[in-house]
Design a protein around this ligand. Structure first.
Ligand code: HAM
Length: 407
């Protein structure tokens, strides 16, 4: 008996149906906002994530599914989607053509984390990435879109917002922060590592002792340059105009190193300790860091697994045709009928059923609108027995006329 690996699971009904419903509606909303679908490989060179997500992040430091392939390449199952899309954006020379490009994507991501409720080693994200717009209206549009998605599924969340500054204000703040961190005694080992690699990551350490030491830490939001300050004010005023509630969280730094300026997370009180449903932000330096032409960019990703438990499917209308046969001799006719009907309808088929009662029960379970039964009588007469499961009426249809009937 071989089981799925720890932290990985099969998506079965009803989750699999919710997954499709969720992705279909996110895709529809993203297209309304001018985003096009992109799909990038699940396997990438490890260096891509080291240079983008960053050495100080837990993702690169501890969680990568990394191995050497048969060609001696150091490769990695993608832990997130942004880096691969930036790689593709540069590789396909889209950075050279200028203009604006907006992508949406979905699929599995892999992080070797300790599995628990809402935290898996293979999980699914739906995300968007927008390239070429530095105006803060793009930040607002992205947050409005994410808000629209959450509203569509009637999911209650709190939006946490912060600004992480830019290359003008970040370096001097960093010096101030490191000076403060150096004065502390008792930071955890992770924070000691982060202090060297990316000191702002210390701010969102989950360790209670570190948090108590950080009470008086200097905050980036107080050290923003004029441009970052005015961008942040503009963003807040657009969100206010559209009645989007938010909380400013000066310690929200996100777990990935590539962010600058706007950073945000939507959290929910309804899903347990792993409360972050979606997160994102600006990453204006990343295209350049990965070898492309400097291009402003912003995006987000939703943790689909976490959201599915909050997604409820509408009571579905009956749909399609359920064909059942009892006698072996009826199978050819049933098969032919299914092939004909499938040109325009959804058709389920059951061979060697246990009797009419059973066929009707299974048709009901499959939520079919019509049940067609083919037995001895039908074979002889060429007239098939049909029941409309909505109206409960039954009637006969000549086998030659199956394709003409409006089901
Ligand atoms: P992230 O915050 O690392 O951001 O992940 C986004 C979302 O993925 C989280 O809010 C969470 O819902 C979900 N998630 C993360 N790890 C797990 C896990 N182990 N199990 C289940 N769900 C998980 C990013 O990945 C960025 N690439 C987002 C982004 C796009 N920023 C700019 N563009």
């Amino acid at each position: 008996m071989i089981n799925a690996l720890r932290g990985m699971k099969d998506l079965l009904l009803p989750e699999s149906e919710k997954y499709l419903y969720f992705i279909e509606n996110c895709s529809r909303i993203a297209k309304n906002y001018g985003f096009e679908f992109i799909s990038t490989p699940i396997l990438e060179e490890s260096a891509l994530f080291k240079r983008s997500v960053g050495e100080s992040s837990d993702i690169v430091g501890k969680e990568m599914y990394e191995f050497i392939d048969k060609g001696d390449n150091k490769v990695c199952l993608r832990p997130e989607g942004t880096a691969g899309i930036v790689r593709s954006f540069i590789q396909n020379k889209t950075d050279r053509t200028g203009g604006v490009k907006r992508f949406f994507y979905y699929g599995p991501m892999f992080r070797y984390e300790k599995p628990q409720k809402g935290r898996f080693r293979q999980f699914y994200q739906f995300g968007v990435e927008s390239f070429g717009v530095s105006d803060v209206k793009e930040d607002a549009a992205i947050i409005l879109m994410l808000n629209e998605i959450l509203n569509f599924f009637k999911i209650k969340t709190v939006l946490k917002l912060n600004s992480l500054g830019c290359s003008a204000c970040m370096p001097s703040y960093r010096i101030k922060l490191v000076k403060f961190l150096d004065s502390l005694d008792g930071l955890c080992d992770d924070c000691m590592r982060r202090k060297v690699l990316n000191p702002i990551r210390v701010l969102d350490c989950k360790n209670a002792q570190c948090q108590s030491l950080l009470t008086n830490a200097p905050l980036l939001i107080d050290a923003l340059c004029d441009e970052c300050k005015s961008d942040f004010e503009n963003l807040k005023s657009i969100l206010d105009k559209f009645h989007i509630n938010y909380e400013i969280d000066p310690k929200l730094v996100r777990g990935l190193d590539y962010y600058s300026k706007t950073a945000f997370e939507f959290v929910s009180a309804d899903i347990g300790a792993q409360s972050s449903i979606a997160g994102g932000g600006r990453y204006d330096r990343l295209v350049e860091i990965l070898g492309g032409k400097p291009t402003p960019a912003i995006g987000f990703a939703i943790g689909v697994d976490r959201i599915l438990e909050l997604v409820f499917l509408d009571e579905k209308k009956r749909d399609g045709i359920y064909i059942g046969t009892i006698e072996r001799e009826a199978q050819d006719l049933a098969f032919l009928a299914a092939v004909t009907l499938r040109r325009r309808n959804k058709v389920d088929i059951e061979f060697e059923a246990k009797g009419l009662k059973n066929i009707l029960k299974n048709a009901d379970k499959a939520n079919a609108k019509y049940c067609v039964c083919i037995g001895e009588n039908e074979l002889r007469s060429g007239i098939l027995w049909v029941k409309n499961l909505d109206t409960k009426e039954n009637f006969g249809i000549k086998k030659e006329l199956l394709g003409e009937f409006t089901w």
